[in-house]
Ligand binder design. Structure first.
Ligand code: ADP
Length: 445
């Protein structure tokens, strides 16, 4: 693998390093404390030997023995104990008491020395004992040998074990990687197997799957949108082409040509509105449609849009009533976007209401700020009502194409409302009319 060691190897190396340091520290402490306790016990043995010599010395002095007898008794005592000949006793002026003959000094290395002062019959004597360190060194040697052999073996075994364990622990990660590699845009519906371990790996796999789900639905929406958009564009283009073909089939009067051209122009206008709507929605999807938000008064904005709508309304034999409060109703918003939203609702009300019907636009500033558009039109059946905000949705496609709807208006309205943190909803009863409410967050107080 490029770019460094695998987690497995790094874990094992760290583990071995820590273990090595631990073993070294443990070995050092063990070494020092064993040596210390061996020395202490050797010192005790030597002290014991000295105490024995003192007892003999005091006993003989108490009995009034001569110096030669004392020496003899000490000699016997020395012969009865190990390393007894390393005992030494000196008198008050440092003169030799035992042994009489001088002995060459012992090398300082390899021996342990002890000394004790004792007063016998008011005179000061020094008692010396020495012990070979051979026993201690032998034991320490064995301990060293043991440690030098077992430490690397332990380290090796533990490192191999650690590597094996981390390999086992990380195997599911490899499995996830392999599985994730096979997932592409073509098979976004496949999911990773989630190990039921209740640990980080289960969460990782589950999170991956959630992400795949989101991606899948986003891709699905996109493909659906593209397919619907192409389908929508095909119809008007085919109509324009047919109109032109028919007009060109044989020579016609100027009136006929005008009529054909008018048809083509109507379709072209419809198509360009559709393309505008598609652009708006795809910009919104890409998150590129920035709306600059400012504090604005809804009252003049609503009356302006209604004024525009009135011209359309009168041409269709409809009335628009406007019910506005007498004071400003302020919201945080983007004026052109809100105008567009309102126009979509008003345009729908005009499209789906029979001549003679009534349309009411109202703004309520008490409580949550709400803009409502009601009509006395065809209404929307309860089963399709939840779908009216979906893209390309039309309650009755055959009839409504004539009214000029592409089914994108309410999706755009919903998007604009969402960008204002507002909600949009509809109430409707078939043949009685519909009311759309846009509710802004907060209140106008
Ligand atoms: P369109 O461009 O077709 O009007 P919209 O997204 O604006 O698309 O509306 C979606 C569908 O909701 C419409 O086709 C229509 O069936 C229904 N609809 C919207 N507004 C009204 C209304 N005021 N009265 C009745 N039906 C409506």
């Amino acid at each position: 693998m490029k770019g460094g060691l695998s987690i497995r190897l790094r874990l094992s190396l760290w583990y071995s390093g820590v273990l090595l340091a631990g073993l070294a520290l443990f070995g050092l402490i063990l070494w020092i404390s064993v040596r210390q306790s061996l020395m202490t016990s050797l010192d005790e043995t030597l002290d014991q030997r000295i105490r024995g010599a003192i007892t003999v010395f005091e006993e003989e002095t108490r009995q009034g023995s001569t110096a030669a007898t004392i020496r003899e008794e000490l000699g016997e005592y020395a012969d009865s104990i190990p390393e007894g000949r390393l005992l030494k006793v000196t008198g008050p002026d440092g003169q030799r008491v035992f042994p009489l003959e001088s002995v060459p000094p012992l090398p300082r290395h390899g021996y342990r020395f002890r000394r004790k002062t004792d007063y016998v019959a008011g005179r000061r004597y020094e008692f010396y004992a020495a012990g070979s360190l051979d026993g201690v060194e032998n034991l320490m040697g064995s301990l060293r040998w043991l440690m030098l052999w077992t430490a690397p073996l332990t380290l090796l075994a533990a490192s191999l074990g650690g590597y094996w364990i981390s390999r086992r622990a990380l195997a599911p990660v490899d499995a996830l990687t392999t599985a994730a590699r096979t997932i592409g845009i073509g098979n976004l519906s496949s999911r990773l197997a989630v190990p039921a371990t209740g640990d980080e790996l289960e969460r990782l796999a589950a999170t991956w799957n959630q992400m795949l789900e989101r991606l899948e639905s986003a891709v699905h929406r996109l493909t659906q949108f593209t397919a619907d958009a192409s389908h929508e564009l095909r119809t008007p283009i085919a109509l324009m082409r047919t109109s032109a073909e028919i007009a060109l089939r044989r020579p016609r009067t100027a009136e006929d040509y005008r009529e054909s051209l008018q048809q083509i122009m109507d379709e072209a206008e419809r198509t360009s509105r559709l393309v505008d709507d598609l652009l708006t929605l795809s910009r919104a999807d890409a998150g590129r449609a920035q709306l600059s938000i400012e504090r604005l008064d809804l009252v003049p904005l609503v009356s302006e849009v209604c004024e525009q709508g009135r011209m359309l309304a009168s041409s269709r034999g409809l009335e628009i009533d406007v019910d506005l409060p007498g004071r400003p109703v302020e919201v945080e918003g983007n004026a052109p976007a809100l105008r567009r939203l309102l126009f979509i609702l008003l345009d729908n009300a005009l499209k789906y209401t029979q001549p003679g019907g009534n349309i009411t636009v109202s703004v309520s500033g008490s409580g949550p700020v709400t803009v409502s558009v009601s009509d006395t039109g065809v209404g929307i059946a309860a089963d399709v009502l939840p779908h009216v905000f979906e893209r390309f949705f039309r309650a009755d496609p055959s009839r409504q194409r004539d009214a000029g709807g592409s089914g994108l208006g309410l999706s755009i309205a919903k998007w604009i409302a969402e960008r204002h943190h507002a909600t949009i909803d509809a109430e409707s009863a078939v043949k009685q009319g519909s009311t759309f409410h846009v509710r802004f967050p907060g209140s106008n107080c």
